[in-house]
Design a protein around this ligand. Structure first.
Ligand code: 13P
Ligand code: SF4
Length: 306
């Protein structure tokens, strides 16, 4: 931490001068999450914070689709991302043309897209969801459209899990998170048996990994589960910074590996946050027509809540 202090102080000073708000996803490194962020949370919490934000300038420490969502929900604000190349394998797996083709194949079936998609894909969707409210959004949209079938994209593992929770028939896309798809059931079982640890897994993991878990839940649900269950030892089968950032909050819990790093989230650093505030770069923009249609899908998600 001492190495980071000069950057943290300098960012704090620039942030005050600019009147900026720094929002950081739970997968950001602890020096960002604890050191410089004003708002922290999962992708749903960040979208809600952007929609309610008072500041004219938002610095989004997360990946590009999160900054786009912030811009869509706060169209009058300036949204900056410290590294515009912070992508996501899920967002990269599907285009707006793919969504139009799916609709043509399944006429009349509504589309729910995970927020881990581009603004152009959101614009083609009836509603968005995050892992925190995917089941609730799918049920709400199925009821609204009076159908037992929904097109759910792009994460096939999250989709399979949501289908199990809801009983709604889902048409899935072949997208995966490159971080969560790497976990294996053997590794999870070994961790439980060898370390007597509870296994908590994100629903972006493959189904055989989820079958080994004591709890499956989104980024925010994992924190609530820990507060309730207070396990002696736990393995968070998700991005490594989750455990790093929760350690302070749960000093009595021992966090065990495995975990995987998201190379996209890790593109955001204290130096590039500083440069972002100093030079007011890199501004995120979304064409008006796409933003308007994507906003409707995002607002439907916010109306469902958690
Ligand atoms: P949330 O749990 O915040 O939706 O995030 C999952 C994820 O992989 C974000 O990229
Ligand atoms: Fe995308 Fe996976 Fe990284 Fe999240 S963890 S940003 S889903 S690649």
């Amino acid at each position: 931490v001492p190495l980071h202090l000069p950057w943290i102080d300098a960012i704090g000073e620039l942030k005050r001068q600019r009147g900026a708000v720094i929002m950081a996803h739970s997968y950001q490194s602890p020096e960002i999450f604890h050191g410089v962020a004003d708002v922290t949370g999962d992708s749903l919490a960040l979208a809600q914070a952007a929609a309610d934000c008072d500041s004219e300038l938002i610095v989004l420490c997360g990946v590009h689709f999160m900054a786009e969502s912030a811009k869509i929900l706060a169209p009058g604000k300036t949204v900056l991302i410290p590294d515009p190349d912070a992508g996501c394998s899920l967002a990269a797996s599907i285009t707006a043309d793919d969504v139009r083709a799916l609709r043509a194949q399944h006429p009349g079936i509504p589309v729910v897209s995970y927020v881990n998609t581009s603004a152009a894909v959101k614009a083609e969707s009836d509603a968005c969801c995050t892992s925190a409210n995917a089941a609730q959004v799918v049920e709400a949209i199925a009821a609204e459209f009076g159908t037992g079938k929904v097109i759910f994209l792009p994460d096939r593992y999250l989709g399979a899990w949501v289908a199990q929770q809801t009983g709604v028939e889902l048409v899935l896309w072949n997208g995966q998170c490159e971080v969560h798809e790497k976990f294996t059931a053997i590794e999870a079982r070994h961790t439980r048996e060898r370390f007597d640890a509870k296994i908590v897994a994100h629903p972006e993991c493959p189904p055989d990994v989820l079958a080994e878990a004591d709890f499956v839940g989104s980024t925010s649900a994992m924190g609530r589960w820990l507060a309730q269950e207070k396990p002696a030892r736990v393995a968070m089968i998700t991005e490594c910074s989750m455990a790093d950032n929760l350690r302070n909050q749960f000093p009595q819990v021992e966090f065990i590996k495995p975990c995987n790093l998201c190379p996209h989230m890790k593109r955001i650093t204290l130096p590039n946050i500083h440069a972002c505030l100093r030079e007011l770069r890199h501004e995120v923009t979304v064409p008006d027509d796409i933003a308007r249609r994507a906003r409707t899908a995002l607002q439907r998600m916010l109306a469902v809540g958690r």
